[in-house]
Design a protein around this ligand. Structure first.
Ligand code: AMP
Length: 169
């Protein structure tokens, strides 16, 4: 069970938030295998070409899934980190806004994309990531998360793309 490897940290990074800590999952050989295999199985690997992961915990899972399935990996990063030409997308946070970026040439036109992050909360981050992938010509096939905070109804913000999670809270 993925659940048994996720640790709740109350009031981190601020009061009132229950942070879902994935480090016990990463630390466990069985837990890590379960997570990577689970994410690799959410959709038929033949239906997409590239795995996109969102900084920074999406890199851990996304790269492992890409390697497992012999796909390429594309990072979506925080502003100012990617060295070549980028597309950027702003999204709402609880207080203020944030931004994420992707290289313009990271995906070839029409390529199918699986997007991966560790956790779906309000869906703001993944919704911005989907916009980025579409803007550079990619075709999002599905989004996959280790954890979904389903009470926040983030999947409603992701439109008609398939949404998969290995565990729901
Ligand atoms: P959201 O854009 O609201 O769906 O938030 C998703 C992003 O914020 C993911 O990259 C998560 O890593 C992080 N995140 C949001 N809430 C939590 C939480 N309770 N525990 C751990 N990470 C979180």
């Amino acid at each position: 069970m993925i659940q048994s490897y996720i640790r709740d940290i109350p009031d981190f990074p601020k009061k009132g938030i229950i942070f879902k800590d994935i480090t016990p999952l990463l630390q466990s050989p069985e837990g890590l295998q379960m997570a990577i295999k689970g994410l690799a199985q959410v959709v038929d690997p033949a239906s997409y070409d590239v795995v996109v992961g969102i900084e920074s915990r999406g890199f851990i899972f996304g790269t492992a899934v890409a390697h497992h399935l012999k796909k390429g990996f594309v990072p979506i990063r925080k502003p100012g980190k990617l060295p070549s030409k980028t597309a950027s997308e702003a999204y709402e946070l609880e207080y203020g806004t944030d931004k994420i970026e992707i290289h313009l040439d990271a995906v070839r036109p029409g390529q199918g994309v699986l997007l991966i992050d560790d956790l779906l909360a309000t869906g703001g981050t993944m919704s911005a990531a989907l916009n980025l992938v579409r803007r550079i010509g990619g075709r999002p096939v599905a989004c996959a998360f280790v954890i979904e905070l389903s009470f926040l109804e983030g999947r409603k913000r992701l439109g008609d793309v398939a949404v998969h999670s290995l565990m729901k809270v």
